[in-house]
Write a protein that binds this ligand. Sequence first.
Ligand code: AMP
Ligand code: MN
Ligand code: MN
Length: 318
Amino acid sequence: MTLDTILEEIKNAEKIVILTHESPDGDAVSSSLSVMHAVAQLGKKADVIIPDYSKDFKFLPGADKILKESDIQKYDLAIAVDCSDLKRLVGAKEYFINAKKTVEIDHHSVNSMYADLNYVDPASPACCQVLIGMFEYFGIDINKELGTCILAGILTDTGGFQYSGVTPETFEFAAELLRKGVNISEICQKVLRNKTKANCELTKLLYDRMEFLENGKIAISYITLEDNKKTNAQIGDDEGLVEIERDIEGVEVAVLLKEKEGANGFKVSLRSKENVNVSDICFLLGGGGHSRAAGCFISGTLEQAKSRILEVIKQEME
Ligand code: AMP
Ligand code: MN
Ligand code: MN
């Protein structure tokens, strides 16, 4: 079974590196740290390499050990978490490609199975929830430190247990973590409720530019590089913006175009409420994600990116 082989690879490896997707969210950072803690219990030290991530996650146990870079040639085993495709390992891809063995642990339904060993469970609302099952199988003690990382990942990917992917097990695991002393209200405050000033400024711009199309079923807005500069926005400061659009009455698909530095185009974030599979839409444009939350990149001007994404959304909504 894959899990037995993964455990064997961890035990056989001297040097292990843990990697995740670009613009890492809470699940990405938390999954990386959770694997680091688990591997430590198996008697191995692993490097976590994340070139840049939101300061919201710096309180997580072990975050002080995260490296921005390391020696590309040195790893026996690379473990990628919360990442559906090799091309999303931006800034970390070289470590993966150069490792002697590769493992990925993920929960995206569209996954290109890019590692030697792929452990993917699309029924899990967060990669951290996939990890719980795996750690239990490995006999890892999910203590307060590890539990804090796991709960932070689950909370961020489920919007605080609110999104449709939540399963009965999510609550059972959360209950178990609370029994271990994990402080849920502190984690919620830090990863869900805390808003930076830049995030508030970007929210104002989001509302100002919001347009409603197709009888109010589509809400669309955008953020440019100039906006990021003016508001002094840092990585993670656009968290939660596209969800504001989705929460509006009558909106079925929410679209946020974010101009991407040095790429001559826009990162598109899509969210849907009930019926539209946004992962399918993003897949058509070379991206991916989940049925209710997905993303892709579209090159060109704002007008070009806008018209392309609207064209595909309208087709999918027919
Ligand atoms: P985002 O809009 O960036 O918050 O992404 C929403 C979901 O879609 C997350 O699960 C991402 O991991 C996934 N996602 C975003 N962009 C891409 C992409 N280009 N390819 C595959 N998955 C993506
Ligand atoms: Mn993620
Ligand atoms: Mn995730």
